[in-house]
Design a protein around this ligand. Sequence first.
Ligand SMILES: Cc1cc2nc3c(=O)[nH]c(=O)nc-3n(C[C@H](O)[C@H](O)[C@H](O)COP(=O)(O)O)c2cc1C
Length: 314
Amino acid sequence: MSLPPILQRLRLPVICAPMFIASNPALVIEQCRAGVVGSFPALNARPKEALDQWLTEIEQALAAHPGAAPFAVNQICHKSNDRLEHDIEVCIRHKVPITITSLRAPNDVIPKIHAYGGIVLHAVISVRHAEKALADGVDGLILVCAGAGGHAGTLSPFALIGEVRRFFDGPIILSGAITTGDAILAAQAAGADLAYIGTRFLATPEASVPERYKKEILRASASDIVYTDLFSGVHGNYLKHSVVAAGFDPLNLPKSDPSKMNFGTAGGAEKKVWRDIWSAGQGVGQIDNVAPAAQAVDKLAAEYLAARRRLLVN
Ligand SMILES: Cc1cc2nc3c(=O)[nH]c(=O)nc-3n(C[C@H](O)[C@H](O)[C@H](O)COP(=O)(O)O)c2cc1C
């Protein structure tokens, strides 16, 4: 099956992943102008009335750049997200080109998004979740594999892509520790259509996280990433130093309490977690500088071309 037209006109086969707190209109606009899909979680626009302004700002900026890639908005589909209905309604009104859903596939809104020509990509960590999302009618799957920043799975990308490709020939986007152009090409070689890149874009001036967080991204390597469900009730990857600074022993973390998960307007604790305990994927060890998003995309493009040439030559 070929890719939906909206995903075909990219400079590089890349979707920049939505990141809680970190993604904002400035980052999305620079990502799209650089020719790759930019995205943000709807929840980042606070209060919820700001979402309409964020979308207008992005639409106006991209309209001035006819070659820009489309953008995506991420909806956290969890019962605690009391903004979900509002946020989806605003995005449908704005005809947001790409909707990225996490946790549960929103089967009731998929027809409304399709009605205006939008597509829905759903993030999954297992074959069971992939089958369920496809049954609900999503257009493509984001396979969140081992080593991804944020809430991550544990499966090897080779295992998960291979198993999902047995029953799905539509768009597959691979997530997990992709920080170089070489890895983008590897994702395609393994059977994905596009790469999904988050952590790499934390090390940009546009990302709205503290400078200390960015410095820690530059300093850390894969062995500094801790995988735990303690902080949000869902397993995710975090920078060890921030876990220690928050008073925890990374080798002896207590059990989580999933009933404390709260992604809605009352999600103060959740927000604090992501603000004080910093998430990052295992790709951190290959990020050496804080550079504007446009430069980061240029570097990925150059590496991608070099990797292609290298393989063709050998
Ligand atoms: C700081 C941070 C915040 C994240 N927040 C979200 C989020 O709000 N929604 C979501 O679907 N994924 C979120 N993710 C996961 C990313 O969308 C993506 O799956 C991941 O970053 C890809 O792996 P990588 O970071 O190794 O490139 C987050 C990731 C990071 C690093």
